[in-house]
Ligand binder design. Sequence first.
Ligand code: ADP
Ligand code: MG
Length: 396
Amino acid sequence: MSFAKASVRDADVAGKRVLVRVDFNVPLDGGRVTDDTRIRAALPTIELLRERGASLVLVSHLGRPKGAVKPELSMKPVGERLGELLGGALVRQAPAVVGDDVRTMAEGLHAGDVLLLENVRFEPGETENDQGLAADLASLADLYVNDAFGAAHRAHASTAGVAEHLPAYAGLLLEREVTELSRVVESPARPLVVVLGGAKVSDKVGVIDRFLEVADEILIGGAMCFSFFRAQGIATGDSLVEEEGVKLAEEALRRAGESSCDLRLPTDLVLGKTFDAETEVRQSDGVEVPDGWMGLDVGPETARAYADAIAAAGTVLWNGPMGAFELEPFAAGTRAVAEAVAAAPGTTVVGGGDSVAALQQFGLGEKVDWLSTGGGASLELLEGKELPGVEALNDA
Ligand code: ADP
Ligand code: MG
C-alpha cells in the first residue's frame, strides 16, 4: 500500500472547522505529562491547519477508562502541554466529548482557535464504533483529519466511524508513518535486515512471517529467542519463555528452512539469577541456560555479529530490545544494536514503544531515519493487515 489516501495538504480548510483525531495517549505522572513525544508528533498537522485559517477540534483517547469518566485520565494536562508547545496559544478544554456545551464551544471557534475534547474513551460508544457517537463527533466540524497513526489499527468511532459522515483526510504524521513503513516492506534498499526482540513471539510472529517472505535477514534477540531455543530442544533454565510462543517459533523455524531469508538466533548470552540490576551476572559462551539462571541479554559475540549485519544493510527495521535493557547489567546488547542502527549507512526505521525508549535513553533518537509512534499499528501495517483508520479515509 503506497499512500493513496486524500492528504490534509490538499484539503481546502480556510474558514472551516476541522475535527482532528490525534494520538495524545501519553504517559502521565501525578497529572503531569512525562513524555510529550506524541504531542510533538502531531504539531505539524495542527500548525498547518492553523496557518491555513481553520479552527480545530482535537480528539484523542488517553489510557483505558473503559467507557466511564475517570478524572485522573482527563485530557487537561495534555491540553496544557499542547498550549506550551504551541508557543503559549490558548487551548480550550471541553468539559466532555460531545453534548450541547461542547457544541456551543465548537461553534464559537474562530480561525486558528483550538478546542480539545475530553478523553474520547470516556464514551462507551468509542471502542464499539457506535454510529451515534460518530455522528455526534462529526456534527462538531466540517471536515475530518486523522493523524492518530498509533490508533489506526482500531475501528473506533473517532478513528473510523466518523469518516463516514465527513470528508476525511490523512494528517501529515499518519501519511508519513504509512509511507515510511510501507516502503520497508514494499521497496526496501537491499539487503533488508530486520532486528526483532522484546518479550513475546506471539506479538511479533505475524511480522516474522511477513519478513520471511521479504527480508534478507531476520536477527532475533530479547526474551523471544528462548521460545526458539525451547523449540530446538535447548535448555532455557529460568529464562522467560512464552509457552504459546514455542509452537509459533517451531513453525517459524520450519518456514525459515524453506525461505531464502536467513533467520538468525543469538550465539551467546548474558545470564542473571533474577530480574534485578543487583543480581549475580555471568556471560555464557553458548546459549544453553542452566537451571537457576535466566538469559537476560544477548552476549557480545551476538551483538557484534548483529551490528555487522546492520552496518551492511541497505535498510534496517528494528523492533524490540535485545534484552532487559532497563537493568544496566543487561543493556549492552540493546545498546550495541541501537548504536549500530544509529551509525548505519542504510535507511533505518525503528518501531515499538520500548525500542524507541531504548534509543532515546542512549541519546540516539535523532540518528534514525524514522521513529514510529505506533506500536501495535506499525506491527499490523508491517504484517500486511489493513488499518481501519487508514481505510476509512477518502481516496486521493
Ligand atoms: P517493544 O515495545 O519495543 O515492541 P516489547 O514490549 O516487545 O518491545 O518488549 C520489551 C520488554 O522486553 C522490555 O521490558 C524488556 O525488559 C523485555 N525483555 C527483553 N529481553 C528480555 C529477556 N531476555 N528477559 C526478560 N525480559 C526481556
Ligand atoms: Mg513494549
